[in-house]
Write a protein that binds this ligand. Structure first.
Ligand code: S3P
Length: 446
């Protein structure tokens, strides 16, 4: 799986990391802000939007379906929506690039509009399973023509009016939940999603913020989310908090590089996203929340992270959904802990931008870190704080989080770590390497 324009990079050991940095806007919230604004009637404004390739793919798709989306010189995005039910037939295939969130959520939107859309993506996205959204959206009445195994390229023919359903999520997936809620927006009656295990709740929060009738009830079966369809969304002003999944790299980097003292400003700490903070603290990390506040309806704080001796632990399974994107960098933290870290119960890692269990095992072993692979995770032997050997080359496999996690590992390695292609970093965190150098790290571009 190759990028058309690969960017090899080597990351060198850093003496210490220090400084204050700000991470870009939350990717999940940015996608949702564009989609819901595009469905409101009137102008919404979004500040702090993540300007990464994945989110730009969502913006392009919403434009192709009729919304006006403009970025001002003040970096505020102004979106004039078409209204729920008002999406237009796109004239060309919707190119989703690397973005699973854009694809699955937009499939939901299209499913209940009287339009047909084709979704295409890069080599990574074209291997990812879409039946998890195709199945329930078909029950609502949409029709799909997909590539073998329910993959991209695929075509969705929406049904209007669609049929409201009650659906119990068979996998803990915020993307599947959100696809159904977005389909439910233009569906008469009540669409219900039951989630046995809580996943990120940005869709629920933002739908309520835009004026949709949505309720969340805790029951023996889990969370029951009920959305009343044929909603009218009111335009909003949204401030997107910093992405905890991007902050994660610096939390681990500052924890493993001796002498480090880093403040990461404006980090979203929604409890459905903050699992890594909990797990790093269980390992002994020194993370202090400063100036806790609420930004755009989400809890936010500045995080001061100082180097600390980490200990290997057995990672509790129930935190997995609240840190599902952070496992690659948790594996890196484990490589520097004393003793063994067992991180299991995360089989969803197999179907992310890459198979993150197999790809991280290969990446760590190529750099001298012993790992054992399980169907649902890894067991990793740590150095007890010493540098890892390094000196290997990492295949990033079109997966931004593999590239960034192994770049962090390179900051405390005896030999530089080479990454065959850092270009995927642009999907979620275009300023990653600038921040790495700003904090005192060193990279060389081949
Ligand atoms: C996301 C949900 C998660 C996560 C992804 C973003 C979202 O995916 O891994 O990066 O914005 O809803 P799953 O729904 O597949 O768990």
């Amino acid at each position: 799986m190759a990028h058309p324009d690969p960017r090899p990079v080597s990351v060198h050991s850093a003496p210490r990391l220090a400084g204050r940095i700000r991470v870009p806007g939350d990717k999940s919230i940015s996608h949702r802000a564009l989609m819901l604004s595009a469905l409101a009637v009137g102008e919404s404004q979004v500040e702090g939007l993540l300007e990464g390739e994945d989110v730009l793919a969502t913006a392009a798709a919403m434009r192709a379906m009729g919304a006006t989306i403009v970025r001002g010189d003040d970096a505020i995005w102004r979106i004039n929506g078409v209204g729920v039910g008002g999406l237009l037939q796109p004239q060309a295939a919707l190119e989703m690039g690397n973005s699973g969130t854009s694809t699955r959520l937009l499939m939901g939107l299209v499913a209940s509009h009287p339009i047909t859309a084709t979704f295409t993506g890069d080599a990574s996205l074209s291997t990812r399973p879409m039946n998890r959204v195709i199945d329930p959206l078909s029950t609502m009445g949409a029709e799909f023509t997909a590539s073998p195994g329910g993959r991209l390229p695929l075509m969705v023919r929406g049904l209007c009016p669609a049929v409201p359903i009650t659906y119990r999520l068979p996998v803990a997936s915020a993307q599947v939940k959100s696809a159904l809620l977005l389909a439910g927006l233009n569906t008469p009656g009540i669409t219900r999603v039951i989630e046995p295990v809580p996943t990120r709740d940005h869709s629920e929060r933002m739908l309520a913020g835009f004026g949709a009738e949505i309720s969340v009830e805790e029951s023996d079966e889990g969370r029951i989310i009920s959305l009343t369809g044929e909603a009218e969304l009111r335009p909003q002003s949204i401030v997107v908090p910093g992405d905890p999944s991007s902050a994660a790299f610096w939390m681990v980097a500052a924890s493993i590089v001796p002498g480090s003292d880093v403040v990461i400003e404006n980090v979203g700490l929604n409890p459905t996203r903050a699992g890594l903070v909990t797990v790093l603290r269980l390992m002994g990390a020194d993370i202090v929340e400063q100036d806790p506040r609420v930004v755009g309806g989400e809890p936010v704080a500045d995080l001061r992270v100082r180097h600390a001796a980490l200990s290997g632990i057995e990672v509790p399974h129930d935190v997995a959904p609240s840190m599902i994107d952070e496992y690659p960098v948790l594996f890196v933290a484990a490589a520097f802990a004393s003793g063994r870290t067992i991180a299991r119960g995360a089989d969803e890692l197999r179907v992310k931008e890459s198979d993150r269990i197999a790809v991280m095992k290969a990446a760590l072993e190529a750099n001298g870190v012993p790992c054992e692979e399980h169907e649902d995770g890894l067991t990793i032997e740590g150095t007890g704080g010493d540098p890892i050997p390094g000196g290997g080359t990492v295949a990033s496999r079109l997966d931004h989080r593999i590239a960034m996690s192994m770049a962090v590992a390179g900051l405390h390695a005896a030999q530089p770590i080479a990454i065959d292609d850092a270009s995927p970093v642009a999907t979620s965190f275009p300023s990653f390497f600038d921040l790495l150098t700003q904090l005192g790290g060193r990279v060389t571009w081949a």
